[in-house]
Write a protein that binds this ligand. Sequence first.
Ligand SMILES: O=P(O)(O)OC[C@H]1O[C@H](O)[C@H](O)[C@@H](O)[C@@H]1O
Length: 309
Amino acid sequence: MPVTHNSKTIKLELPKSGASTEIYLFGATVTSWRTAGGKERLFLSSKAALDGSAAIRGGIPIVFPVFGPPSQHADAPEVVKALDKHGFARIHDWSVSSNAPTVDEEDKVSVTLELRTADKPDIAAVWPYETVLQYTVTLSPQELKNELRVNYVEGQGEMPFHALLHTYFLVPDSTKASVQGLKGMQYIDKVKGGEAQLDTDNFVFDAQSIDRVHMGKHSTSAGETPRDVKMLYNVEEQGLGKGIEVTRSKELKDTVVWNCAEEGNKSIGDLEEGGWKRYVCVEPGSVHGFETLPKGSKWVAEQTLRALL
Ligand SMILES: O=P(O)(O)OC[C@H]1O[C@H](O)[C@H](O)[C@@H](O)[C@@H]1O
């Protein structure tokens, strides 16, 4: 059966190719993505809480409706200031949507999860905008697509929000991994206290702590387009390929790159020892400036991850 689930997780499988993905209902967090042949592409800390007691350390947590600690944003509206770091989507149970059909074909399988703020009293207490989040995960032999839909159903005034797909890639060695496609972009360097900088080269993770928010879109002769980014392993390994290409819809205009390095690893209790060397985060989102959504409307964004052979 290509779609199986239990009370905690959903598994999508393409038996012919060996590709699969696993999604926890908690946070709608994708915790595993294996491409054709069964190679794992996402990092999941062996110390991650998988019992709903904390956000899952690894995979693809969903950040909504605020990125980072709300106090970090001078432009955060009052209502946002009361929220937890990275918002509420990653720390609540989602359910399988009965409104969206599950696609189940030989080389494509998908499922849609849903979070209704009206069903969660603790969210409704702090978030006066009734929201339905829908998240569709689609697996093909070499690709994983994540589509997030934000439906603002009922409330007063426009709804402010950030959204981001906090993708942890599994890498053989984070100090060798690089990211192509950010050259020429302005970024905010959170390690250097929020200083704005210009990326002048293709970006190489090294042993230093990295925490950057690359802002906005690419200007090309064809107009403004969202960036296509490539995360490269720069390591030869049987069956691994070169890396992962990350494409996204224009709504995910920003890209966060993060690795906590050895020193930072010590202060993250649920990150396994040496975990910093096994992951790099490349996170498409809209986190520089708040989106504002009129009541009754919808915001749709997606990323596609593709293994580069
Ligand atoms: O530890 P978490 O709350 O999951 O946050 C993990 C990281 O998320 C993002 O990448 C931020 O840019 C980092 O500043 C933060 O440390």
